[in-house]
Design a protein around this ligand. Structure first.
Ligand SMILES: Cc1cc2nc3c(=O)[nH]c(=O)nc-3n(C[C@H](O)[C@H](O)[C@H](O)COP(=O)(O)O)c2cc1C
Length: 179
């Protein structure tokens, strides 16, 4: 059975909801990426916007799971100012050398998901076996359930030999995204 770890950051709960459903459908381990300093206070929105826009890697708590123990690491982020959320950027900066296969999902209010999913590939230095983008308005909808099933089926079916360093299927320019 494919061993899967689902990692996510969530400030207001949308990404957490999606992460829990993915983990439940795949019998995956689940881990939130946690800020050292919370951002649910008055200045939290502004701080999040600035960090995301400037590609800041903010302080986060130590990871609990070892990514290299998993066949697939699934990473979820909310979109902040058209970018990956800063705590997710921090996590990827620390851990990306420990990934085998990766998959991504993002939650968003209105737009920007195609770019953020591409940025996640660049930050990890490898293509995703599957991606999923969910608008806040769709998190409880019928179409989300169908797309969630497609996403989790792709994770469960993906072959272990999908990607190995050095195969050179695609190249990623990390210089444009702050690594
Ligand atoms: C600082 C900040 C910036 C945001 N920028 C965008 C954006 O550029 N595009 C978008 O579609 N949604 C944007 N959003 C909305 C969030 O991506 C969306 O509500 C997401 O589902 C929140 O996830 P969470 O509840 O897991 O924190 C922004 C939210 C915050 C807090």
């Amino acid at each position: 059975m494919t061993k899967i770890l689902v990692l996510y950051y969530s400030r207001t709960g949308f990404t957490r909801t999606i992460a829990r459903q993915i983990a439940g459908a795949c019998s995956a381990d689940l881990e939130p990426i946690e800020d050292v300093t919370g951002r649910n206070h008055a200045g939290g929105y502004v701080r999040s916007a600035i960090e995301a826009a400037l590609h800041v890697a903010t302080p986060i708590r130590p990871a609990k799971h070892v990514p290299s123990d998993y066949d697939i690491v699934v990473i979820g982020t909310p979109i902040w100012c058209g970018n990956v959320a800063s705590p997710v950027r921090s996590y990827l900066k620390r851990q990306r050398r420990q990934f085998h296969r990766v998959a991504f999902f993002c939650s968003y209010g209105g737009s920007g998901h195609a770019k953020v999913l591409r940025d996640l590939e660049s930050l990890c230095g490898r293509p995703a076996v599957a991606t999923l983008a969910v608008a806040d308005a769709d998190v409880t909808g019928e179409s989300f359930r169908d797309r969630l099933s497609e996403f989790t089926d792709a994770l469960k079916d993906s072959d272990r030999s999908y990607w190995r360093p050095g195969r050179g299927e695609r190249t990623f320019d990390t210089s444009t995204i702050g690594l």
